[in-house]
Design a protein around this ligand. Structure first.
Ligand code: LLP
Length: 421
């Protein structure tokens, strides 16, 4: 069994996050409940900051991983810029107090309205993913009498060796501009009056657990930078994307500072050590800082399978249903003895609504479970399926607890709807 994530410990026979007993939080705020450790987020960020110390760099947290305002504020105040993918994320980013020029805008489908707003507030960079998008951005910027800062996302055709749904740097993916078209696209961009080329970027996938794919992608991007600059277009910054994995189930991704020691050595060896570096990590900053607390509703032993029905579901924790993803599940107050093997499932009316399969757990109805590694891509992907309100969220800091999102009520959900007369 692998170790518990940092800042999650057993004290007096029960799970604590930092100095706070999880059972107390469940009692006070109800379940399902997301609980995050501020110290864990800052420790993850510190590893990147150590790794890039002394270099001209900007760490733009990919806020799609968890875009709750207090999480953004925590990371922004600790020095992060933000990587956004929609007008909604842009407004959240501004509400969190980030300086607009520390925002980069990623994604294959930016609308004209999104481009306009982002230019008006003065974001730092658009990561453009197609020739068609480049031309629309040029037009929108010119109509505003402005030059939009652009970087072109290149598809380095590198296998990130991760789940196909979260692998993005291969030829068959919808992302980025193909290697062969990159130089012509930069030449074109450099000639557009509404565009200012400020960099190049790539992102090869998510939950990457080896350094190899990063080194391969870096080599290909540096080859391109050399060729683009030889064609007369300077490339001020290089954005190496996000994607570093976390330990869900004994995974052993490199630590961010170790990874960057290797990448910087390669960068230096190739003569790019002085270049401004940008990165877009999401999961690795927040994933293991969060847990989801859920209460066991019913035990349903059966002939073929034993089901443990809990009050969290695929609308709260969509990753198992979407990617067959694994999250560890731990009793908040462990009982002695081995118990039985259970499929942990939610109340949603779908067989795909499972949270963990074949888990050995000794529990009774009313017990609390902690679903681990739930800080990234859980709350930000939560839905109202089955008219379930989205969970509440709390942030723990030492022995301090702060409610950062109220539980969504049915009234909240109905507010947007227009009934027939
Ligand atoms: N930059 C770009 C352009 C991205 O598309 C992503 C993630 C990131 C940065 C951040 O990647 P990270 O460091 O978090 O791996 N919902 C999936 C993950 C989707 C990732 C999408 N792109 C999951 O739950 O596994």
């Amino acid at each position: 069994m692998s170790q518990l994530p940092a800042f999650l410990t057993h004290q007096n026979g029960e799970l604590h996050l930092e100095g706070v007993a999880l059972s107390r939080l469940a009692r006070e705020h109800g379940t399902p409940l997301f609980v995050y450790s501020r110290a864990a987020m800052l420790a993850s960020l510190a590893a990147y900051q150590r790794g890039l110390a002394g270099r001209d760099h900007l760490i733009c947290y990919a806020m799609k991983a968890n875009s709750s305002l207090a999480i953004l504020q925590t990371l922004v105040r600790a020095g992060c810029g933000l990587d956004i993918v929609s007008a909604g994320e842009l407004e959240r980013a501004l509400a969190a107090g980030v300086q607009p020029d520390r925002i980069i805008f990623s994604g294959v489908g930016k609308t004209r309205a999104e481009m306009r707003r982002a230019i008006e507030v003065g974001i730092g960079c658009f990561n453009v993913e197609s020739r068609a998008e480049l031309d629309v951005l040029d037009e929108v910027a010119r109509s505003l009498g402005r030059r939009a800062p652009v970087s072109i996302r290149v598809n380095p055709n590198v296998d990130a060796k991760t789940h196909p749904y979260i692998s993005t740097g291969l030829k068959g993916n919808k992302f980025g501009i193909a290697h062969e078209e990159v130089i012509a696209t930069y030449r074109h961009a450099a000639g557009c009056a509404g565009l200012q080329v400020v960099g190049i970027d790539c992102h090869i996938g998510s939950q990457i657990t080896q350094a190899g794919p990063y080194l391969d992608a870096m080599d290909r991007v540096l080859d391109l930078v050399t060729a683009i600059e030889a064609a007369g277009v300077p490339i001020p910054h290089i954005d190496f994307g996000g994607g570093l994995g976390i330990d869900y189930n004994g995974d052993t991704p490199p630590a961010a500072d170790d990874l960057w020691a290797q990448l910087l050595a390669r960068l230096d060896a190739r003569g790019f050590g002085q270049r401004r570096i940008m990165i877009e990590p999401g999961r690795s900053l927040v994933g293991n800082a969060g847990v989801c607390l859920t209460e066991v509703l019913y035990l349903k032993p059966g002939e073929q399978k034993n089901f443990l029905i809990v009050d969290a579901a695929m609308n709260d924790l969509p990753r198992p249903a979407m990617y067959q993803a694994f999250h560890r599940i731990e009793p908040v107050v462990p009982r002695s003895g081995d118990g039985m093997t259970w499929d942990v499932v939610g109340p949603v009316c779908e067989s795909g609504d499972w949270i963990g399969r074949d888990r050995a757990l000794n529990v009774q109805s009313g017990d609390l479970l902690a679903v681990l590694s739930a800080g990234a891509y859980c709350m930000s992907m939560a839905s109202n399926y089955n008219t379930r309100g989205r969970a509440a969220e709390v942030l723990v800091d030492g022995d301090q607890v702060r409610l950062i999102r109220q539980r969504e009520s049915v009234a909240d959900q109905l507010r947007m709807e227009v009934p027939l007369a």
